[in-house]
Design a protein around this ligand. Structure first.
Ligand code: SF4
Ligand code: SF4
Length: 287
């Protein structure tokens, strides 16, 4: 069972929820936590799993053999990302590594077999285990823009090594390609929002994406306030369960600042996260 924790924007408490859920579930069974927020992974600040292994995340990068190249321009024409340019007059083929997505089209289409591929390292994949928690994290190198490709790489690697029955994914914020890739395999999506008009607006965007993907989902309201009912009304209209409300409380903000996840900080909250998990389990298995 894969549960993806998403939010329309950053800073809503997505990592608070994903790590609290993981921590709570780990008190009763084995669970994998995957941080796919590759541009800013921070789950392990809270889970504190010792990293046992690191692997380089890489993309194929074309390189040209000038003894075979005729400067015909085919590679430039087939590249959808404007990452390879042929300068006929200068007899040069330039590959812009930061734009290249490693799709392999130029290599496959070069009529003279002049292109081969080398590895371009774009980030680090790390993993480790502590108690019942298996932890996996993808981290993009600073300045890289290929988050989707890094997520794809991590997911492929996970399909080889993650054997857990329960996987909780911390998705990137927003609603763009990396988020869609993080939601794709989910059996259930938790949408995290703050209890404000801004939070609500962004959550609705994430909701639309999840709905288009025909996913089961529920809402967790972080820093819940009284007096703002838009999210609850929306949930009622759209028939989405509100799984939990985390009250607005200085104590919780302090535990977050101290790197302590809510389930570790409070048994009461841990039990609430366990209730959320049982609910999701039933929903998924009754599907
Ligand atoms: S397609 Fe091959 S032969 Fe043609 S310009 Fe590109 S690298 Fe050179
Ligand atoms: S591998 Fe794909 S993205 Fe990179 S230069 Fe070739 S065609 Fe363009």
């Amino acid at each position: 069972m894969v549960i993806t924790v998403a939010s329309g924007k950053g800073g809503t408490g997505k990592t608070t929820v994903s790590t609290s859920l993981t921590f709570a579930v780990s008190s009763i069974k084995s669970v994998s936590h995957v941080d796919l927020d590759v541009e800013e992974p921070d789950s392990n600040i809270f889970l504190k799993v010792p990293i046992q292994r690191e692997e380089m995340i890489w993309l194929p990068l074309p390189t040209v053999d000038y003894s075979k190249c005729t400067f015909c321009g085919v590679c430039q024409r087939v590249c959808e990302y404007n990452a390879i340019f042929v300068f006929k007059n200068n007899k040069e083929v330039k590959v812009f590594g930061e734009l290249c997505r490693g799709c392999g089209a130029c290599t496959a289409m070069c009529p003279y077999g002049a292109i081969s591929e080398i590895q371009r390292f774009i980030g680090v994949f790390s993993y480790g285990k502590r108690g019942n928690i298996s932890f996996y994290e993808g981290r993009l190198n600073i300045g890289e823009y290929v988050a989707t490709d890094a997520i794809r790489w991590v997911k492929k690697r996970l399909s080889e090594i993650n054997t857990s029955d329960i996987t909780i994914i911390d998705a990137p914020p927003g609603t763009s390609c990396p988020v869609i890739h993080s939601m794709k395999d989910a059996d259930y999506i938790i949408l995290v929002t703050e209890d404000t008009p801004f939070g609500f607006f962004d959550m609705k965007l994430a909701y639309k994406v999840a709905k288009k993907m025909d996913k089961k989902m529920g809402i967790i309201i972080n820093k819940a306030l009284s007096g703002y009912d838009e999210i609850r009304n929306f949930a009622k209209e759209e028939d989405i369960p509100i799984l939990m409300e985390i009250p607005f409380d200085r104590k919780f903000a302090k535990s977050y600042a101290d790197g302590i996840t809510l389930s570790a900080y409070s048994d009461e909250l841990k039990n609430k996260f366990l209730d959320v998990f049982s609910y999701i389990e039933k929903e998924v298995h009754n599907a």
